[in-house]
Design a protein around this ligand. Structure first.
Ligand code: GLP
Length: 240
């Protein structure tokens, strides 16, 4: 895992925008996976700007979802689906056929798992932008998770169910998440983990200081096939 400290969020966003621009210029039908949560929102805005000024052609790019709260669909503000559709896929005018995203409100979650696994098996993942949970979770790979799983449903950790209220207007009785597994994430060609702000300081430090352990899922990224780039701003990187 290679840690790079940037001055601020804007500098990280510039770097990631450049990386995605270079990737899509070279591979027009690249598969890109961007996490939900608050951290990647400025990156999504940057990608929309790059499209508007004609710097990236997303017409053949395929987008893959990373995770979703089980039970939620587009209609719930705070669902990962709504975050990605409203901030990225719709503004980029991505055709539905190029979007591969779990329906967290499907009564048959196995269908979602199967179609996601089949897609990743066929196309692989070229670029993935991850955020990190306060407990080190990656997507919804919560503490204790296996490091070789494919797409799966998992019980949410108590840290996650405590932090999650920031995404929702109401208290929602969410207990599970659906996520790509490390068996898929670790194979990604360009893997980027991003952390910004003071509240991520401690988990950034733990991730860098700790040997690989399932108790801190972010440390599992140390065994990615292609080295993980960990981009932090000055505030998140203060202890490393
Ligand atoms: C969320 C999501 C992750 C996200 C992480 C950090 O719960 N499951 O995909 O990366 O936690 O979120 P944030 O960027 O809002 O801090």
């Amino acid at each position: 895992m290679r840690l790079t400290k940037f001055k601020d969020t804007a500098a990280i966003v510039g770097q990631i925008g450049d990386e995605i621009q270079a990737l899509v210029a070279q591979k027009t039908d690249a598969v890109i996976c961007i996490a939900g949560g608050d951290t990647p929102l400025p990156v999504m805005k940057r990608l929309v700007d790059l499209k508007r000024n004609g710097s990236i052609d997303f017409s053949k790019v395929q987008f893959l979802g990373l995770d979703e709260w089980v039970g939620l669909g587009y209609d719930t503000k705070g669902s990962t689906r709504q975050t990605l559709y409203d901030n990225l896929y719709h503004p980029l005018a991505i055709p539905e056929a190029h979007i591969h995203f779990f329906q967290g409100d499907n009564a048959n979650l196995q269908e979602e798992i199967d179609k996601t696994d089949a897609f990743v098996e066929q196309y692989g993942i070229d670029y993935m932008l991850l955020g990190i949970g306060m407990n080190g979770h990656i997507g919804f790979n919560e503490p204790g998770v296996g490091d070789d799983l494919m797409t799966h449903v998992i019980d949410l950790d108590t840290v996650t169910t405590t932090v999650m209220s920031k995404y929702f207007d109401d208290d929602l009785p969410l207990t599970q998440g659906m996520t790509l597994g490390f068996g898929q994430i670790l194979q990604t060609k360009h893997l980027v983990l991003m952390a910004t702000g003071e509240k991520k300081r401690e988990i950034v430090k733990q991730t860098m200081a700790s040997d690989m352990t399932r108790q801190i899922p972010s440390t599992i990224l140390k065994k990615s096939v292609n080295e993980t780039n960990f981009y932090v701003d000055a505030a998140a990187g203060e202890l490393v």
